[in-house]
Write a protein that binds this ligand. Structure first.
Ligand code: C5P
Length: 282
């Protein structure tokens, strides 16, 4: 049996290049995995796929189950798997929790079955499961384009405390994309702020995680998130705050663990869920 971490992602930059004819959008993003993670135990069995999850979700909609089924369909190995997921990443929050679980199942099964699938093949399967799953399969600091499948290396984000917080809002990603389509006339004349990717890259190369001025998420224009979370983070010394993905979680980048802890504690005292974490590779 092995235990794999399914790491949450945050978007340090998220913008849109174009609306596509297949209903998706070509995005531009800088994604980062953080140490907030679900724990996934995977055991090799004789046959069949069994997924034990704390959430009540039918097999067909469970990305972890679908990832395992896709792995066995592609890998041509005999056997099965028992998968147990302990959730910590809030769901429907813009943190790619379900995608991270699917990616960890793909990586974990490939490991216990002694790598029948190449990384390219794994990434191809990942994209059939969801747009964020390819990034979650590789993790780290990456520049992302296309639906989410074009992944380029970036200088690693220097270590720093990050607080992620969320209220009660559950967000529907397709609805948020539609809201942006209405706001920006289907992106026919829109120009993304792509120079921010270079600015973030330069800061990270110089060992600087303080990228407050270059953080940007187009979804903040239409999505709902709590401005109070941002205010509390800033009051406690955050050098930058941003909503992640299509929301509604908000993260803050801090200079010291002490400031980050104060922010997390104040947020929790007000009823928010708050997590102190760090950038991580997977
Ligand atoms: O790929 P995934 O299943 O995560 O996408 C959920 C929905 O989000 C899609 O059906 C689409 O409406 C929207 N989406 C998009 N462009 C992307 C990713 C997602 O329009 N690059």
């Amino acid at each position: 049996m092995i235990t794999v971490g399914a790491y949450a992602k945050i978007n340090l930059y998220l913008d849109i290049e174009a609306k596509r004819t297949d209903g998706y959008h070509d995005i531009l993003s800088v994604m980062q995995t953080v140490s907030l993670c679900d724990e996934i135990k995977i055991e090799r069995t004789e046959c069949g796929i069994e997924v034990k999850n704390e959430i009540n979700i039918e097999k067909e909609r469970d990305l972890a189950y679908r990832a395992a089924a896709a792995f066995f369909a592609a890998a041509g190995v005999r056997g099965g798997a028992r998968i147990e997921i302990k959730k910590h990443i809030p769901m429907g929050a813009g943190l790619a929790g379900g995608s991270a679980d699917a990616a960890a199942v793909l990586r974990g099964l490939n490991e216990i079955y002694l790598s029948p699938l190449s990384e390219d093949k794994l990434l191809g399967i990942a994209l059939t499961l969801g747009s964020d799953v390819p990034f979650c399969t590789v993790g780290g600091t990456k520049a992302i384009r296309g639906r989410g499948e074009k992944i380029a290396d970036m200088p690693k984000m220097p270590d720093c405390p990050i607080v992620i917080a969320i209220g009660d809002d559950h967000v529907s990603t397709p609805e948020q994309f539609s809201a942006l389509d209405r706001e920006f006339n289907d992106f026919l004349e829109y120009k993304p702020q792509s120079d921010r990717i270079e600015a973030i890259s330069e800061a990270f190369s110089a060992g600087n995680a303080n990228i407050g001025d270059d953080l940007y998420n187009i979804f903040e224009i239409t999505a709902r998130y709590s401005p109070e979370i941002k205010n509390i983070m800033k009051k406690n010394g955050a050098c930058g705050t941003l909503m992640s993905g299509s929301g509604s979680s908000v993260f803050g980048i801090f200079r010291t663990d002490g400031d980050a802890e104060s922010a997390a504690n104040e947020l929790k005292s007000l009823g928010y869920r708050a997590f102190l974490c760090h950038p991580t590779e997977i």
